[in-house]
Design a protein around this ligand. Structure first.
Ligand SMILES: Nc1ncnc2c1ncn2[C@@H]1O[C@H](COP(=O)(O)OP(=O)(O)OP(=O)(O)O)[C@@H](O)[C@H]1O
Ligand SMILES: [Mg+2]
Length: 261
């Protein structure tokens, strides 16, 4: 059984003023096995982020979702927001392009990581929560976790902020990590550090990863399978090696052709 299965996923936006419909995602079918890294690749606006937001029930109110999303055998589209909250951040976690999007500038890093842990472990004593936060930061190779816990986001570099974002995503040991362009906002050295960390954590914790990346070198290095998206559809889905060495679709050839390895 796949860990996550999307069957004929469709997303249509309802224009709030006019009521007109804007179909955006069409008939997307995908699956991720436990512990697998699947990359979603496609030009800007092809629907990668929307597809991943649909999985966590994070689409705006005016989005209508069709098809089926099944996670660990549970059909997610039937769940209410309360039930979804138990899954989001616990079984399915996100990392976004801009770490500041998930960090509150007014709160310390410690408060925010502890909050993530507390939400899903309400009976854990404060001291244990703090210890878990320290341990998580150590896993992200922070040498001074106590100092980081006391800091606020603006005191950290972009690479450090993204490592904190990853800490918040993995602190509850998710089965699926969704990373939407996790290194696009970083310089190349920070990018390498963050990618190596993600691979290390993925190997030790064994979570599956849905990775969106524009850099095809990263995709080829990290993913076991690749889905190519275009205009709201998956146009090709297969093993990374096959897609890179012998793409079936003209569009995939074009996309790979624009990239020099
Ligand atoms: N709230 C919304 N209402 C209407 N249309 C939307 C909304 N959000 C996204 N879209 C449209 O859906 C399409 C897909 O957007 P999406 O953000 O998934 O693209 P993407 O593949 O992630 O692109 P990028 O690589 O630039 O991040 C775009 O055409 C976008 O304009
Ligand atoms: Mg996007």
């Amino acid at each position: 059984m796949p860990l996550l299965e999307l069957q004929n996923l469709s997303i249509t936006f309802v224009e709030t003023k006019t009521g007109s419909l804007k179909p955006t995602i069409f008939d997307v079918s995908l699956e991720i096995a436990c512990g697998e890294i699947l990359a979603l690749v496609g030009e800007s606006g092809s629907g990668k982020s929307l597809t991943t937001l649909a999985i966590g029930g994070l689409l705006p109110q005016n989005a209508r979702v069709g098809g089926k999303i099944t996670f660990a055998g549970v059909p997610l589209l039937n769940l209410g927001e309360k039930e979804m909250q138990k899954i989001r951040g616990k079984c399915i976690a996100y990392i976004f392009q801009e770490p500041m999007a998930c960090l509150n500038p007014m709160r310390t890093i410690g408060f925010q990581i502890c909050e993530c842990i507390r939400i899903h472990n309400s009976r854990l004593p404060r001291r244990k929560v703090r210890q878990a936060a320290v341990r998580t930061l150590e896993r992200l190779h922070f040498k001074n976790p106590e100092e980081i816990l006391r800091a606020r986001a603006h005191q950290l570099s972009g690479g450090m902020q993204q490592r904190v974002g990853i800490a918040m995503a993995i602190c509850n040991h998710p089965q699926l990590l969704i990373a939407d362009e996790p290194t696009t906002a970083l310089d190349s050295i920070s990018e390498r550090i963050v990618l190596d960390l993600l691979l290390e954590l993925q190997r030790t914790d064994g979570f599956a990863m849905l990775l969106i990346a524009h850099n095809l070198r990263i995709v080829r290095e990290m993913a076991q399978r690749v889905a190519i998206m275009r205009r709201g559809c998956v146009v090709e889905f297969g093993k990374t090696f096959d897609i890179f060495t012998n793409p079936n679709r003209e569009y995939t050839k074009e996309l790979l052709g624009t990239f020099s390895f």
